[in-house]
Design a binder for this molecule. Sequence first.
Ligand code: ATP
Ligand code: MG
Ligand code: MG
Length: 388
Amino acid sequence: MDSRTVGILGGGQLGRMIVEAANRLNVKTVILDAPGSPAKQINSVSQHINGSFSNPEDIEKIAAKCDVLTVEIEHVDVPTLKKMQKKHPHLKIYPSPETIELIQDKFLQKQHLIKNEIAVTESLSVDGASVEALTEIGEKLGYPFMLKSKTLAYDGRGNFVIKNKDMIPESLDFLKERPLYAEKWAPFKKELAVMIVRSIDGRVFSYPTVETIHKDNICYLCYAPARVPDSVQLKAKLLAENAIKGFPGCGIFGVEMFYLEDGNLLINEIAPRPHNSGHYTIDACVTSQFEAHVRAVLDLPMPKNFCSLSTFETNAIMLNILGDEKEKNKELEICQRALETPGSSVYLYGKESRPKRKMGHVNVIASSMEECERRLSYIIGEAKKPVQ
Ligand code: ATP
Ligand code: MG
Ligand code: MG
């Protein structure tokens, strides 16, 4: 479809699924990450770069080998990307380094959204983290509140819930030496997410609003579409679209939000890349989030109604397969049951099993959510009888 080579910073599962989508379109990919990383395992044609997406020299090496450079993770070295943009005038970098810079610092991201009049959770910067400073913040935000690392956060690993004043020293101990900010507690009914594709000319296309369920801060299930009234789905879609209109460049974005008890929606955070809450699109939509990303960064056509959920009333549940906490590879038993279950597909990422590590996911598709749940119940081992 395109003779240009797409370089990907990061070769984890998201990179792997971008490569899969690119392969189907005959689009060449080259990856920067550790040897044998998940994305490299499924592309033996290219000479990949061994190294790290946070190391300037390694980024220079991949920039010299591709026409379009993209990311599967936002924690990349932005100054080097900006330098590469100047050094290689023909190199396209999507999402744009400016967008990655705004998003990779979660506090900066919030300020940018507020500037664009997008509803977000109230946040305060924590400068000079001390018990006194956090006590003052606790008085302003009330308890509980969330202490968060501004940078390098994932799977809740940069977060600490401060339930009362006595927990402040412990939170500082936990997050010491990281740049911090505090966030008001969001009393949410549900967590929602919307995947948005932004094309080179700045148009935005949205996938349906979905519902994510987290366990220990890690996404566990994703229901598509979200089990909320149509009006809420629409409101979430518009909020996500408006938020992404404010970030230059193109590609796929994941927009996480809170659906509050009082009915309001607030953005939690944005990912400038494919997102866990969009994995269901591989089976539920004609064009997956990964293919949409490849199309967007290469400026390939994007038909308006490219996602089937709204038109075919498909229902989907995505289940993350996390490394078993007691026995290595025991999580494969879940995959085994998924293989026995109609309407279910298994995706494994080629990683070594470690407790709570994202090892793969299962998509369950059916004509009703009840049927998806029935199938899921067998897959997770709750129901003992296989689904016919
Ligand atoms: P990831 O990037 O993997 O989604 P992260 O480390 O960036 O995670 P967040 O998305 O900030 O972390 O938070 C993880 C989870 O913690 C949220 O999905 C939500 O369940 C809960 N959470 C975060 N912020 C708040 C808040 N202000 N109030 C209530 N719950 C929150
Ligand atoms: Mg995050
Ligand atoms: Mg998050």
